[in-house]
Design a protein around this ligand. Structure first.
Ligand SMILES: Nc1ncnc2c1ncn2[C@@H]1O[C@H](COP(=O)(O)OP(=O)(O)OP(=O)(O)O)[C@@H](O)[C@H]1O
Length: 296
């Protein structure tokens, strides 16, 4: 891994920053070994570019369909950099308190006082940890602008609940994830999007997918694993042709299907793990047809 990074001819300051940030970096080859559950990139640039961007202090936006490994990639980066990760799961209910923290009354003996419990943003800023904002386009458009100062060169915020001015520690990093076009999502505000470096995270295929299915599912039958990889690539072709929706090719659903296939015939596993999650009868029939030709 180190030599692969060196081969990219990165400026020395970036390379040494990446190495310095992570005490585990010299063992990163181990950390990345798929058997240990790290993110398996479809191309090295996905992982390296995310590392370079974070190392330069940029915010990273991971863009890709459901179950394509965005969270796994963020976890792997946190692992590589040796920086704990704090999660925010966005929804319409997300508010400033969920991001920044809240006041509460604390009691010590007969003494009561008001205490501020720090939320994930302030905690990660102070400690120089990684903040992971999942499904960022599920938040109401008016909620996230409170983070504008955190997400630009200032990297600071005035806590509206306490008046404290917080400047992020130099290692603080932000990774966000987005699923475009899903129910409940809204287009990301341009000013917010502009604060991120965007990295596409597609579904993995072929040998990479095989390695992930081997390591993350319970299935050990190599022939079946290969058939499921073929099923996935046929489904991705159908997605590209607009015949079925993207989530049908999710790696998460395929791992579930492989697990089920240890205990039931593959066609039933596909029905439970993939087909029945869809609403449209034509899509279901299309998947069933593909499955029946592969698993006779
Ligand atoms: N490239 C990959 N390398 C390793 N594991 C992967 C990869 N792609 C998917 N997975 C596995 O698939 C499952 C789903 O991945 P993950 O939760 O990271 O997806 P996601 O893109 O964050 O999904 P969502 O958008 O629904 O939150 C996990 O078990 C993860 O380990």
């Amino acid at each position: 891994m180190t030599s692969q990074l060196e081969a990219l001819n990165l400026p020395n300051n970036i390379l040494s920053d990446i190495k310095k940030r992570s005490e585990t970096f010299k063992n990163s080859e181990d950390a990345m070994l798929i058997g240990k559950g790290g993110y398996m990139p479809s191309e090295d640039a996905i992982l390296f570019d995310a590392m370079i961007a974070l190392s330069l202090g940029k915010n990273v936006l991971l863009k890709g369909p459901t179950g394509s490994g965005k969270t796994k990639l963020a976890e792997t980066l946190s692992n590589l950099f040796g920086q704990p990760m704090h999660n925010i799961n966005c929804s319409v209910d997300l508010d400033a308190e969920a991001l920044l923290g809240y006041k509460t009354i604390s009691q010590e003996g007969s003494k009561t006082s008001i205490e501020f419990i720090e939320g994930p943003v302030i905690h990660a800023m102070k400690k120089g940890h990684i903040l992971y904002i999942d499904e960022i386009n599920m938040a109401k458009p008016e909620t996230l602008p409170i983070l504008n100062g955190v997400l630009d060169y200032r990297k600071m915020i005035t806590n509206p609940f306490t008046g404290e001015v917080i400047k992020a520690s130099s290692d603080f990093g932000v990774i966000a994830a987005i699923n475009e076009g899903y129910v409940g999502t809204v287009p990301l505000n341009e000013a917010l999007k502009n604060r991120f470096v965007v990295i596409e995270v597609p579904y993995i295929q072929g040998e990479q997918l095989k390695a992930v299915l081997r390591s993350q599912s319970m299935l050990t039958n190599e022939k079946l694993i290969s058939q499921f990889v073929t099923l996935s690539s046929d489904l991705i072709t159908q997605v590209q042709n607009g015949q079925i929706s993207e989530e049908a090719a999710s790696v998460r659903a395929l791992i579930d299907t492989c697990d089920l296939a240890v205990y039931m015939p593959p066609l039933r596993a596909i029905s439970r793990g993939i087909t029945e999650k869809l609403e449209d009868d034509r899509e279901k029939a299309a998947i069933q047809n593909i499955a029946e030709t592969l698993f006779v």
